[in-house]
Design a protein around this ligand. Structure first.
Ligand SMILES: [Fe+2]
Ligand SMILES: [Fe+2]
Length: 402
């Protein structure tokens, strides 16, 4: 049966959730599933905002038909062409052959690439800030290139102050009846998932997020409707402030996240000793992760959150232990910057890890190495304690702003 909600007068949520999918983009674990939001406005004209992933296509098509209740569909607005939102376009066009497809030049180029050049020939190619009246509802299209695809369009509905924000302000996590952030306890894991989504999916494009947010400044925005996760209404400042911080690569929390790789426990022991010493220096609420155990998307999320990052890893085959190499490469590609960092290597006969970690961190912007990389031979010994104390002192001093 259809499953829809009227989220504002004559504006309907017509999406669906998938709790079965193991990994988003076949990469990112989805312990709480994911939602594919889509919206439908009924006015003198009707407008559908995006389609959904194929996994929820049947429900979505039933939702759309239920809300339209026999009316014709006038517009299908495409925010971007990523298949988790565009998979059902061809079916919508088949069922509603008179619908006009709304997008920009790049949208239609990608539409042709994903489908066929002949698809969706009834087009409205919009320009930046172009308006479209549906009756009482007035749409204005704002381009948000590379947030996170080149053709991304945000649509602002001026009468109700609704922003249809594409993937921006979205999150992993299926929806459970409550569609709005003010209807759930967002501090109970949701904001962590929103950060994990942002950092891994949008993180590279901080500059473009800042540009898009500047374009929206001064607009009357009373509701944000993203394509994944909860909708924002009463808590708008919360998500806007988070997006501003995340896209400026400013840490949310002054604190330590330590990432270690370890084959037989020796590097792990050194990492534990360091955290112990930091605790004795008054550092609280630290995070410590085994890079072989925890999926990199969670590590990236905490790297976005914390101000001080420590990387500890053994040398492996005269290179850096691969899970750590992967994490640091990922961080580099996502453009993380502006962190205080420390490096702890471990080797038995040839040292490569410490040097490589330093090299990868130096290639990122505004990464301040707090001390020269420390390098342990096989296992930490009491003779090495003074060096570990010095490292702990440097991190603690930096945290307290000395
Ligand atoms: Fe996307
Ligand atoms: Fe998406």
């Amino acid at each position: 049966m259809y499953c829809v909600q009227e989220i504002a007068p004559r504006v309907f949520w017509v999406g669906g959730s998938d709790r079965r999918l193991e990994r988003f983009e076949n990469m990112f674990p989805l312990p709480g599933g994911v939602s594919y939001n889509a919206y439908l406005i009924l006015d003198e004209k009707t407008a559908l905002f995006d389609t959904v992933d194929s996994s929820v296509a049947d429900l979505y098509l039933e939702n759309v038909a239920h809300v339209l209740d026999g009316r014709k569909l006038d517009y299908l607005v495409i925010s971007h062409m990523e298949p988790d939102h565009s998979a059902v376009i061809a079916e919508i066009l088949r069922r509603y052959p008179e619908v006009q497809v709304v997008g920009n030049q790049k949208t239609f180029q990608l539409l042709g690439q994903f489908f066929t050049p002949e698809l969706g020939k009834n087009r409205l190619v919009v320009q930046e800030n172009q308006e479209l009246s549906l009756g009482e509802s007035l749409l204005r299209f704002t381009f948000a290139p590379m947030v996170h695809w080149p053709e991304v369009i945000f649509t602002w509905e001026a009468t109700r102050g609704i922003l249809f924000s594409a993937d921006a302000f979205g999150s992993f996590g299926a929806l459970a009846g409550n569609l709005f952030a003010d209807e759930v306890d967002i501090t109970d894991g949701y904001l962590d998932e929103a950060r994990r989504y942002y950092a891994n999916i949008v993180g590279r494009y901080g500059v473009q997020v800042q540009s898009a947010m500047k374009k929206l400044a001064g607009r009357d925005i009373r509701m944000i409707c993203p394509l994944h996760g909860l909708l924002w209404r009463k808590d708008l400042p919360c998500i806007l402030e988070k997006y501003d911080l995340w896209s400026r690569y400013e840490p949310e929390k002054k604190g330590v996240a330590l990432f270690y790789g370890s084959m037989y426990g020796n590097t792990e022991n050194a990492a534990s000793v360091l955290c112990n010493k930091l605790a004795q220096r008054g550092v609280t609420d630290m995070r410590m992760y085994d890079v072989s155990k925890t999926h990199p998307s969670y590590l990236i999320s905490d790297a976005w959150k914390y101000s001080h990052l420590v990387f500890a890893s053994p040398t492996y085959n005269l290179h850096l232990y691969f899970p750590m190499e992967t994490l640091l490469q990922d961080m580099g590609v996502l453009g993380l910057k502006n962190r205080k960092v420390a490096v702890l290597g471990c080797h038995s006969w040839a040292s490569a890890a410490a040097k490589r970690m330093e090299e990868l961190l130096s290639a990122m912007k505004e990464m301040e190495l707090l001390t020269p990389p420390m390098d342990i031979r096989s296992s930490l010994k009491p003779e090495g304690e003074a060096d570990m104390d010095a490292l702990a002192d440097a991190i603690a001093a930096s945290l307290s702003g000395k």
